[in-house]
Write a protein that binds this ligand. Structure first.
Ligand code: PPS
Length: 571
C-alpha cells in the first residue's frame, strides 16, 4: 500500500507556547500573584504530552467548544480530528476562585511552576454524556468511567497554556525524548519508514515475532513507545517494564529499534484510545502504527460482556488513518504452534493445528505467585528482569497484621513470631507492637477515633516500607476500624504479602485476663472510650486467619500462622 501523505496538523512540533528567557522571568513573577492549580498525576501526564508536542496540534487544555465537539464528533471545533477530551478538571472550591479571562499558575504537587494557563472557559461537564459518548458506557465497573464519575472534579477549565517548565523526571532520562528529538534521530539513522508501537506490557516472544514480521513486511524500523504514565494498577511497574524493553532491544537488528518513553495517562476508551495513540505516533514521525485486536480495552462488564468488541479499535483506527496520515498495522494475536515450534497470527493458523497462548493477566499472576513461565513464551532475560521486580513469595516482603481487643494475645503471639523469623534468618524482621508504636511513633496521640486512625495509618506506612524492601513487618495494634485496615491492606498488597490475623479472643476472656488492669479501670469509668467496653471494635470481615486464644496457647497460635505463611509460599 502506498505510504500515506503527512498530515501537517500532527507534525509533532510544539503547539503549546514556550516562553523565552525574558518571558519566563516575567511569567514566574506573574505566577507569584496568580491562583494556583495543582496538577494531579493524570493532568501532569497530559501537560507533559502537550508541552513536548506529542499532543500537537493542541495548544493547551481544551475549552468548552472543543470539548463538546470532541465528545460528540471526535473533532475539535475547527474540525481537526481529535478523539478524546484533554481537559483540566478542578473542584467546586477551586471553581469559585477562578473566573474566565483570568490566568492561573499550573504547578506540580510540590508547588513547582510548570506554566500559566489563560482560562478561556470554565464549565460543569455532563459526565454521564461524556461517559456514554467517549467510553460508550456509563457503567462504572469500567475503570475509566469510575475515574470520571468518582475521581474527577466537578468543573473543567480550558485555555491556552504558556509553558516554562516540563514535569521533572529522575528516572530513565535518556529515554525521554520529545517527538522533535526522536524525528531528528530518524534523520541521523536514515530511517524512512517507522513503525510505532505502544505497550504497557513486557515484550514476550509472540509480540516480538509480530514486530519482526511487521518490520519485514513494511521494510521499516521500530519505535517502541511504552506507556510509563498512568496505566492500570495490575500492570507491572514501569521500572520493571523499561528494564525488560532495554533487554529485548538487544534482540533487534542494530540501528533498527528506538525505545522512547511515553508519559501517557491511558483513558481505556478502546477504539478512541487507538486513534489517539495513532495521532501520538504520527507526532513522533511514525509512518505506521500497530494496533492490536483489543487495543486499550477495558475488559468485561459485570455481566461478562466486553466493553469493546475484538477488532473494534483496529476498525476505527483504520477508518481515520488516512486523515491522520499514518498506516495502521492491525494484527491478530500471535500464538505458538508447539509442534511446528513457531509463532503465527491466530487467524492464519491452519485448521486442526494445535496452538497455545497466554494472556497478560495470567502471566502476571504466575509471576507474582512464583510459578514457572513456559520457555516458548518469553526470553530468559525478560523472565530475569520481571522476577527481579516481582520475586516469588519466598523472596517477597510481607506484613502480618494482628488485630484484636486489648488482652486478646496479639503481643505475645507477635513476640513468638518475631523470634521464629529471626531463627529462620532469611529476612530482616521488625516488630510494630501497639505499645512500642505508641511510645516511639505516636506518643502525642490519644484514643479518639481520629487519633487511633492516625496511629494505625502510621503503622501501615512503616509496614509498607518494610514490605517494599522485602522484610517482615509484624504489627499488633488493636486497629479497631475495618476501613482503616482495608486501606493499609490495599497499599501493602501492591508490594508484597499482607496477612490479616484476627486475634478473636472474646471480650469475656480478655477481661478475665486483664493483665494490665485496664478493663477494671474502664468498668470503673476511670478510662473512657476503652475498646470493647465503651468504644467499638469492628471485626474483620475476611481475615486470612481468625484465632481465638481462649483454649490454645500463644505458641500454638503462632504455629497456625506459620503454617498459613508456609502454605502461601512465603516461608
Ligand atoms: S489503637 O486503637 O490501635 O490505636 O490502639 P493501640 O495503639 O494498639 O493501643 C492499645 C493499647 O493501649 C492501651 N489503652 C487502650 N486501649 C484501648 N482503648 C483505650 N481507650 C486505651 N487506653 C489505653 C491498652 O492497654 C492497649 O494495649 P494492648 O497491648 O492492646 O493490651
Amino acid at each position: 500500500m502506498a505510504q500515506t501523505e503527512p498530515n501537517s496538523a500532527y507534525c509533532g512540533d510544539l503547539s503549546i507556547l514556550w516562553c523565552g528567557d525574558q518571558e519566563t522571568c516575567a511569567l514566574k513573577e506573574l505566577a507569584f500573584h496568580l491562583y494556583d492549580v495543582s496538577l494531579a498525576e493524570r493532568h501532569l501526564c497530559d501537560y507533559e504530552l502537550l508541552s513536548i508536542g506529542a499532543f500537537s496540534p493542541l495548544t493547551g487544555f481544551m475549552g468548552e467548544d472543543d470539548y463538546n465537539s470532541v465528545v460528540d464528533k471526535m473533532r475539535l471545533a475547527d474540525w481537526t480530528f481529535w478523539p478524546v477530551p484533554v481537559c483540566l478538571d478542578i473542584s467546586s472550591a477551586d471553581a469559585e476562585n477562578i473566573k474566565p479571562g483570568a490566568s492561573v499558575a499550573l504547578r506540580d504537587q510540590e508547588g513547582f511552576l510548570l506554566g500559566v494557563m489563560d482560562v478561556a472557559d470554565i464549565w460543569k461537564p455532563d459526565k454521564v454524556r461524556e461517559a456514554e459518548k467517549v467510553y460508550k458506557t456509563s457503567d462504572d465497573s469500567h475503570s475509566g468511567v469510575r475515574h470520571l464519575f468518582h475521581n474527577t472534579g466537578e468543573y473543567y477549565i480550558g485555555g491556552r497554556v504558556r509553558s516554562v517548565n516540563k514535569p521533572i523526571h529522575y528516572d530513565f532520562r535518556q529515554l525521554r525524548l520529545s517527538p522533535a528529538e526522536v524525528r531528528f534521530m530518524y534523520n541521523k539513522l536514515g530511517w524512512k519508514k517507522i513503525i510505532g508501537m505502544q505497550t504497557r506490557n513486557p515484550i514476550h516472544r509472540p509480540l516480538f515475532e509480530m514486530t519482526l514480521k511487521a518490520m519485514r513486511n513494511v521494510g521499516g524500523n521500530l519505535l517502541m513507545l511504552p506507556n510509563t504514565g498512568i496505566t492500570q494498577p495490575e500492570d507491572f511497574d514501569h521500572y520493571t517494564r523499561v528494564r525488560c524493553y532495554k533487554a529485548i532491544s538487544k534482540r533487534y537488528a542494530p540501528d533498527s529499534f528506538i525505545l522512547n518513553l511515553l508519559p501517557l495517562s491511558i483513558r481505556l476508551t478502546g477504539p478512541r484510545d487507538a486513534v489517539l495513540n495513532s495521532i501520538i505516533a504520527k507526532n513522533y514521525g511514525c509512518t505506521h502504527f500497530i494496533v492490536g485486536p483489543d487495543h486499550s480495552g477495558a475488559g468485561f462488564d459485570n455481566n461478562g460482556k466486553r466493553f469493546y468488541e475484538i477488532g473494534e479499535a483496529q476498525k476505527l483506527a483504520t477508518e481515520y488513518a488516512e486523515e491522520i496520515g499514518i498506516e495502521i498495522i492491525a494484527f491478530d494475536e500471535y500464538v505458538y504452534l508447539p509442534f511446528e515450534d513457531e509463532f503465527m497470527a491466530r487467524d492464519q493458523v491452519p485448521e486442526n493445528t494445535q496452538s497455545i497462548s497466554i494472556q497478560g493477566s495470567e502471566l502476571r499472576n504466575r509471576i507474582k505467585r512464583g510459578k514457572s513461565i513456559p520457555e516458548w513464551f518469553t526470553f530468559p532475560e525478560i523472565i530475569e528482569e520481571v522476577q527481579k521486580g516481582y520475586p516469588p513469595p519466598k523472596k517477597q516482603g510481607f506484613t502480618l497484621f494482628l488485630t484484636g481487643l486489648s488482652g486478646a494475645g496479639k503481643s505475645t503471639i507477635a513476640k513468638i513470631l518475631y523470634s521464629r523469623f529471626l531463627e529462620i534468618g532469611e529476612r530482616p524482621v521488625s516488630l510494630l507492637d501497639g505499645d512500642i508504636v505508641r511510645r516511639n511513633l505516636s506518643s502525642e496521640l490519644n484514643f479518639s477515633k481520629e487519633h487511633r486512625d492516625i496511629n494505625v495509618k502510621r503503622i501501615g506506612f512503616v509496614a509498607c516500607e518494610i514490605t517494599k524492601n522485602r522484610g517482615i513487618a509484624i504489627c499488633a495494634p488493636i486497629a479497631p476500624y475495618e476501613a482503616t485496615r482495608a486501606g493499609i491492606r490495599a497499599e501493602i498488597e501492591a508490594h508484597g504479602g499482607f496477612f490479616e490475623i484476627h486475634v478473636a479472643t472474646p471480650i469475656e476472656t480478655c477481661e478475665r485476663r486483664d493483665r494490665k488492669g485496664m478493663y477494671a479501670k474502664a468498668r470503673a469509668g476511670k478510662i473512657k472510650g476503652f475498646t470493647g467496653i465503651d468504644d467499638p471494635y469492628e471485626s474483620p470481615a475476611k481475615p486470612e486467619l481468625r484465632i481465638d486464644t481462649t483454649s490454645i496457647s500463644p505458641g500454638e497460635a503462632a504455629q497456625e500462622i506459620l503454617l498459613l505463611l508456609n502454605e502461601a509460599g512465603f516461608i
